[in-house]
Each structure stands twice: as C-alpha cells, then as structure tokens.
Design a protein around this ligand. Structure first.
Ligand SMILES: [Zn+2]
Length: 97
C-alpha cells in the first residue's frame, strides 16, 4: 500500500464544486513542499487543501473508535501512520507559506 490517498474522491469533488461556485479558482494536485502534494490549492489566498476521509484519517468525530478482528492492530497502525502523515503535510504546507 502506497502512502498516497486516492485522488478525485466524491467528497473532494463535492468540495471543489462548492469552492468553484463561490467564484474561487484553484489548481489541482499541487506540490506545496517536498513530498507533500495538496489535493488542491487556492493560489490567490495561499491556501492548500487536503481532503482527508474520516475513516482512513482517524477523524475524532466520524472515525472508528476501536477495531476488532484479526487485522485490528494493522488498522490501528495504518490509521496512526496516516494521521502522522497528515500532520507532516500540514506542517510542510505551513512552513512553505
Ligand atoms: Zn469526520
């Protein structure tokens, strides 16, 4: 499994459409720092957007609270890895302005 989320997911497309309807212009899949690509950016506002799906990114509201079954520890480790990457990406995007 590569450490890259799927592109063009439904939540992402919905969000882009809403942003577009507000009259804001964006660019897709922009590398904003080394090893850090935003789902889309709003160049005019220096905003990078990462659409993190609740389940796989361990959302505190909608993400899974516990895992059961033979792969539970694998899932926990995977989501923890995703969350670490999310934090790294946020920091990298902030550092790059
Ligand atoms: Zn959520």
């Amino acid at each position: 499994m590569r450490g890259r989320r799927a592109r063009g997911t439904k939540p992402e497309v919905d969000l882009r459409r809403a942003v577009h309807q507000l009259g804001l212009r964006f660019r897709l899949q922009r590398k904003v720092a080394s090893r850090c690509t935003a789902d889309f950016v709003l160049p005019r506002y220096n905003v990078s957007v990462f659409v993190d799906e609740c389940f796989r990114h361990g959302c505190p509201v909608h993400g899974p609270k516990t895992f059961r079954g033979p792969n539970s520890s694998l899932w926990e480790a995977k989501i923890e890895t995703n969350k670490e990457r999310d934090r790294r990406n946020t920091a990298a995007a902030e550092d790059s302005g």
